[in-house]
Ligand binder design. Structure first.
Ligand code: GLV
Length: 324
């Protein structure tokens, strides 16, 4: 009997086609592209007896999930670079390989980070909203003024692939780069960017724009809390395309209300899709619905990479992009 791979949430059909071409059966969650995620009970029923699962942010892979799948599970192929929805330790203890999809979404996410930097500093969301609501407008020397980026400093928190790609784009705009991170960044990248490393709290105090690119881990949960926000300058901006819980949203709302920073641009949230009420009504906050990797090309590449990873592990080969 062919091994089975579950796809609980809607996924680009090329992924299932690749798995079938590899001789695998596919257990599809039956979701449409705009449907809500398959409820937990449905997911747990679907994964029973599967050798692999292509998981997404909506799928929490914990002991209950692994129990439901049973001892035949070989691989959890997460369709994302972040894998905070997967208990990697629990998987390892059961010999289940975990993979993610790094690389293929670097450019799309860095493009989005740059877009958010521009939206925040030039106040574009607010400007667009006012035009749409029919507010009378006219060109005026003192109207709609934002902040120019040339000669300013971008602070990257987490100079990995996406952080570096964002920094390259900012360099093209004439920005200087500083970075903070737990690990040493690739020296060649640091040299190329002319980036200086700073302790996080010095970086927050020194930068005009701070862009978050670290993974969500127990250490980075609420990394940007009230104390960190208090370090930022009143004319500085915070951009988050990483994971929502890296920022303490209640503290961010308080800091913005107090004028401790000039604005924020967020693609990710602590409790998606809920938006903190202290952020939702503010004109100095840009809010996007977690679209960092949302291009047709990137999402297709992510789905295919996850499917390749699952097929490889089930065939007894090395996965392309294992976690850890
Ligand atoms: C999306 O948010 C990802 O981590 O790939």
């Amino acid at each position: 009997m062919a091994a089975r791979v579950a796809i609980p949430q809607w996924l680009q059909p090329e992924a299932a086609a690749l798995l079938r071409d590899a001789g695998l059966d596919v257990a599809d969650g039956g979701r449409g592209v705009d449907d809500d995620p398959l409820p937990r009970a449905g997911t747990l029923a679907l994964v029973e007896g599967c050798a692999g699962v292509l998981t997404q942010l909506a799928d929490r892979v914990d002991d209950a999930f692994l129990d439901a799948a049973g001892p035949g599970l070989r691989v959890v192929a997460n369709v994302a670079v972040g894998h905070d929805n997967v208990d990697v330790g629990a998987c390892s203890r059961r010999g289940v390989v975990v993979t993610n999809t790094p690389g293929v979404l670097t450019d799309a996410t860095a493009d989005l980070a740059l877009a958010l930097i521009l939206m925040a500093t030039r106040r574009l969301g607010d400007a667009e909203r006012r035009v749409r609501t029919g507010e009378p407008w006219r060109w005026g020397m003192g109207r709609n003024l934002g902040t120019g980026l040339q000669g300013r400093t971008l602070g990257i928190v987490g100079l990995g692939q996406i952080g570096a790609a964002t920094a390259r784009r900012a360099r093209a705009l004439g920005m200087h780069i500083a970075y903070a991170g737990r690990r040493d960044a690739d020296p060649a990248v640091v040299r190329e960017l002319g980036a200086r490393r700073l302790p996080l709290h010095d970086l927050l105090a020194a930068c005009d724009v701070v862009s978050l690119h670290c993974p969500l881990t127990p250490e980075t949960r609420h990394l940007v809390d009230a104390r960190a926000l208090a370090r930022m300058r009143p004319d500085a901006f915070l951009v988050n395309t990483a994971r929502g819980p890296v920022v303490d949203e209640a503290a961010l709302a308080d800091a913005l209300r107090a004028g401790a920073l000039a604005g924020a641009a967020l693609d990710v949230y602590e409790d998606e899709p809920r938006i903190h009420p202290g952020l939702a009504g503010r004109d100095d906050v840009v809010l996007l619905p977690h679209v960092g990797s949302a291009t047709r090309e990137t999402r297709r590449a992510m789905a295919l990479l996850a499917a390749r990873n699952a097929a490889a592990v089930i065939a007894g080969e090395r996965p392309l992009t294992p976690v850890g």
